[in-house]
Design a protein around this ligand. Sequence first.
Ligand code: NAD
Length: 350
Amino acid sequence: MPVFTAPDFDNHEQVVFGSDAETGLRCIVAIHNTALGPALGGCRMRDYATEDDALTDALRLSRGMTYKAAIAGIPYGGGKAVILGDPAVVKTPRLLRAFGRFIDSLGGRYITAEDVGTTVGDMDIVRQKTAYARGISDGSGNPSPATAYGVYMAIRAAVQYGMGRTDLSGIRIAVQGLGNVGYALCRFLNEEGARLFVADIRPETVNRAVDEFGAEAVPPDQILGLEVDVFSPCALGAVINDFTIGMLKAGIIAGGANNQLAEPRHGEELNRRRILYAPDYVANAGGVIDVASEGPGYSQEKVLHRVEAIGQTMKEIFIRAEAEKLPTSTVADRMAEDIIHKAGAETIAA
Ligand code: NAD
């Protein structure tokens, strides 16, 4: 499996493979960039079809974390861990402790937290073996509510910029994925009077949203092409791709999923189609802001206040994108890169 020539290798500082025969642990930690501080990013656990898929995920997600932390203004770099295997089948406390020992061996260059396939309870176990685990129950806990709040701020900013509306009352929003982030997001949107359309592959969570928020249930294969104001991807990555881009009817895309654009050129294509795209790693930074704030004096109220700044950052991106006639995704990347390069130059100069 090539690493340095892998399509998603982006001068990552370090890529480490870990295994433990006794517990069956197989994991990859990708540390993308530590110019701003130690690499922070969740641990994803998934039954990857191939080891290449797992490596690709680690490389892509860790790079995204570098950009996310930079633009969120937190003193951390970007990293990500992936554990190979179906969490429902292979995840055991022993495996998680082995993972904790492995993370500890990196000496704090990478700090882990929960992600898809891992939970607060899992991080409590990992923490038994390393101080470099966050999002624990005695700390900041589940980062999803903060993530959802940030996505809500991003949607408000996009609706204000793109539609000239200062509130969401009656705004039609299609939410794809009603998991930790999507469901909490629906609660915020519903409280502000948005009209919700929801899809998930788990019918029970859809039924709950229909009952609780008066949402309209939509089959998963139809949510993306719905005639709405906002499409909010909160499930999978790469939802904006060659196949789907022509189906979009929403004027705004703003959601919590990571890596929504299959390739950077899809950001350019959205711009050409005059669809206002809220760059994913800006919109969904609430969780990492939450996790980064863990420690003495942690307060969720303070975190949510900080997360509100996502709306202002998003507005700056929209304004600059329009002024420079660039896709919002490009502008966000350039803003993040400026911050990272400046920090890198200061580190070298020191
Ligand atoms: P989750 O696993 O709790 O929720 C994902 C939901 O999407 C599930 O309910 C699942 O059934 C549904 N889903 C899967 N395939 C679908 C499909 N084809 N159509 C419709 N629904 C589908 O995950 P989450 O924590 O809510 O995260 C959602 C996304 O947000 C992920 O991409 C994640 O990487 C990203 N994200 C999450 C956080 C966080 O704090 N949880 C932070 C940043 C980014």
